[in-house]
Write a new protein. Structure first.
Length: 488
């Protein structure tokens, strides 16, 4: 039974609050003089709006799954869990933008507004239940992201980042739209639930015709997820964008895309047929290439930001392994991975941002002897690097273990072995930072202004979950296990 549009709005509160927050911020920003630097009220309004959306999302996790707006959007525990992670990621990026010097002070209000808009697109993408809403979610997320990437107008690298992002994004969106139109032509519907049922009734000839269309459809989601071979934009865009934007890109668009891909896979490909096998084969090949390209590419990097860009490609490949499984165990592993990835990414980017603000670059050498100057920050950075590499007993190890356990249960042994080998490869570049911080002489004794008491406390607070979720992980695993996808 479908709810009326008015009744549907009552179940769509987090998205509505984020949308109203964005509109409110636009109105509030318009009241500022363009030379005015104090924007405390705008940040407060953004944090309040996002916090309210976060609280409602947490409260609705236990609600029954419900299709809304004539089944075009679905609200279920899986999308709710992802939205919580994305809201927290946006809050972290807003805090980083307020502290960072990498965004012009007169542009910081625009960053908050655009980031809220990207979050809205990500939330729509995570709940999309038909092809049209999925495309609208991707485009809402993408178009605002292009502006964010080119925020530093006086910096050629930032302009290049925005241009590359827009060009690659436009091409991938066109390819995806062509594939979607062909799928609609064969299946006759854009609704996910109806498509899943009709795909199981197709003849062998129809499946052979449709398979290339699904590969083109994957191009759009693969681009946002930054998985190979759609990853080409990632290192240059991440490096050229302001650091708060890079941190934001590493979390919100990536998790929105993995959520949409997980829903599509579980709804469309439950029945075993030739299309199912071709889709799973595609995901396995892409996961293997993505992990390998990301981790091998990160080895030779000199910039921390660029290294984290390649690292994020490797983590996208790891999360893709959870999609391959096509069951609730894989979905649970993806959600837990996303939650731990959030905290690890925020800590790494916060520390890197303050170091870059001081020295004007984020090269590895800037961390020489860091433990002798800021021991707590060096410990926090080391914990995060060990966790990203998957060293026990940290949360990153539990996240990777759950992914690999789900893959092994489905007897994809080669995929699991390659995933484990890639984690070993990642040890090299993650531990390189730790080696420089601990064993190298101090490069400079100057204070880093951003690493004051408050910011250090925030960073340590974000590091705590990285430690605790590695030991006390059962509660979050249970919560992620209950966050199931509605399959009609």
């Amino acid at each position: 039974m479908h709810l009326s549009y008015l009744a549907s709005l009552g179940h769509y509160l987090p998205e509505l609050i984020v949308c109203l927050t964005m509109v409110g911020l636009l109105i509030l920003e318009a009241t500022y003089d363009k030379h005015e630097r104090g924007r405390g009220m705008l940040y407060s309004a953004a944090v309040i709006g996002l916090f309210v959306a976060f609280c409602i999302s947490v409260g609705s996790l236990t609600d029954q799954a419900q299709p809304l707006f004539t089944n075009s959007v679905v609200i279920d525990p899986f999308s709710g869990f992802l939205k919580i992670i994305m809201i927290l990621g946006t809050l972290g990026a807003v805090y980083l933008a307020a502290q960072s010097k990498d965004i012009y002070s007169e542009m910081k209000a625009e960053f908050v507004i655009l980031a809220t808009g990207v979050l809205m697109g990500g939330m729509l993408l995570a709940s999309a239940n038909n092809m049209l809403i999925l495309y609208l979610g991707i485009e809402t997320l993408s178009i605002l992201s292009y502006a964010l990437a080119s925020f530093r107008k006086a910096d050629e690298r930032s302009s290049e980042a925005g241009l590359k992002y827009a060009l690659y994004g436009g091409v991938s969106a066109g390819i995806m739209l062509f594939g979607m139109s062909h799928i609609f032509g064969v299946v006759g519907t854009i609704q996910f639930s109806e498509m899943g049922a009709r795909l199981s009734e197709l003849s062998g000839t129809q499946i052979a015709i449709l398979a290339p269309s699904f590969f083109m459809f994957f191009a759009g989601l693969g681009y946002k997820l930054a998985c190979a071979p759609f990853h080409m934009w990632t290192p240059d865009v991440y490096e050229g964008s302001p650091l708060p934007v890079t941190a934001f890109f590493a979390i919100v668009p990536k998790l929105a895309a993995i959520g949409a891909l997980t829903r599509v896979t579980m709804v469309f490909f439950q029945d075993v047929n030739a299309l199912h096998h071709s889709w799973i084969a595609l995901l396995q090949v892409v996961a293997i290439i993505t992990m390998t390209v990301g981790n091998v590419g990160a080895i030779g990097q000199r910039s921390i930001k660029r290294m984290l860009a390649y690292s994020s490609i490797g983590h996208a490949g790891m999360m893709l392994m959870g999609v391959v499984v096509i069951n609730e165990l894989g979905a649970r592993a993806i959600l837990f991975y996303g939650a731990t990835y959030l905290f690890m990414t925020l800590v790494a980017f916060l520390i890197t941002s303050f170091v870059q603000d001081k020295y004007g670059n984020d090269h590895f050498e800037r961390f020489n002897g860091f433990i002798y100057r800021y021991p707590l920050m060096a410990i926090a950075m080391s914990v995060v690097m060990f966790s990203l590499a998957g060293i026990p007993p940290l949360s990153g190890f539990v996240a990777k273990f759950n992914i690999l356990a789900a893959v092994i249960e489905k007897k994809y042994y080669v995929l699991a072995i390659i995933g484990g080998l890639n984690s070993v490869i990642s040890l090299y570049y993650y531990l390189k930072i730790v080696r420089l911080m601990v064993f190298k002489d101090v490069e400079s004794d100057e204070n880093i202004e951003g690493l004051g008491f408050v910011n250090q406390a925030v960073i340590l607070g974000l590091t705590v979950p990285v430690l605790l979720l590695g030991v006390f992980w059962s509660k979050l695993i249970s919560l992620a296990g209950a966050a199931k996808i509605l399959i009609q």
